[in-house]
Design a protein around this ligand. Sequence first.
Ligand SMILES: [Zn+2]
Length: 415
Amino acid sequence: MQKLLLKNIKQLLQVRAEALKPINGLSMKELPLIENAWLAIEEGRFADYGSMSDFPGISDWKGLDVLDCTGQIVMPCYADSHTHIVYAGNREAEFVDRINGLSYEAIAQRGGGILNSAALLQQTSENELFDQSRERLHEIIRLGTGAVEIKSGYGLNLESELKMLRVIKRLKEETPIPIKATFLGAHALPQAYKTNKAAYIKLITETMLPAIAAEQLADYIDVFCENGYFTAEETIHILNAGKHYHLKGKVHAEQLSHSGGIAAGVACGAISVDHLEYCTKADMQLLQQAQTIPTILPGAAFFLNLPLPPARQLIEHNLPVAFASDYNPGSSPCGNMNLIMSLGCIQYKLSPEEMINACTINSAAAMDVLNEVGSITLGKRANFIITKPISSYAYIPYAFGNAPIEAVYINGLKF
Ligand SMILES: [Zn+2]
């Protein structure tokens, strides 16, 4: 039986006797911690913790590994509740086009954007796609991510959407962290259906969904609710079709314009609505009546120079705000949650405490894994980060572009 003891921890962050619910807006300022702490792990789970001043005898522990964490901070791993890390190739050519003055919309119109990723993915074998995606997944785990949601949506036909979801299933089986799979067939309208959106929606609801359900390939269903993509009404129709197969909804909402994605998500009991650049006061009031978690993706807003979503107002409405990376090839080719923490503090003026809550407990709630991860709570999976010796936890977002991580442990084992 594997037992691990961390002692002399400078600060043990996000310690909660119970953490099964997201943290609402105003409470996000509070980050419970133990100074000069110890932490015990048994069978891959948190078994006990406390202050070094009342450190108990450990003579009854056999086969104990002890780590001295003097000067180091220990915190639960990040949960990244919104990614598209299963994709083929990269889109840095479009990145350069944008630097030279082309807009994201202009690039999309000439076959770039999501359709570019879809064309590449359709030509890539399942094995090759798995290899590329596993590399990204391992990269983000080494950066501190201990649970991740991954979407399909670059297939845009039955065969390729299934290919993506099968790759996610394999990643689930072969990776030690919790992974949730989201079916995002309604990510864009493929060329073949350019003049017949109704037929594509029918393909999603009547062909793709039953096939995905038959192989149990998805946990969630998602829609890009946006001008030129899918309307609020179509979003509701697609999410309701997913419900029939026991898939909870998620929505890409109000990113490029106010399109009604939040209201559609709330109406369908979505677990989260994500992006929110154009979220209004009325949307916030709707969210107050719902269990749906507003999720901000600062990587995409940063990369595309979009207006910032109203994170502070969402918090002032006492909502449980989550942050995630949106790791994807077109608008956020970065899954480093340490950088997401920095962007939250620097651009959105959230405090380090608010950002840690947004990137651990609240993002875990936005992907339904809060019973397993997101806090240092007895019985939860021992997925945690040991930082390098640093002066305080505020150093993590302060040192932007840097990940001051010494080690990441998953289920009590060094990754
Ligand atoms: Zn996305």
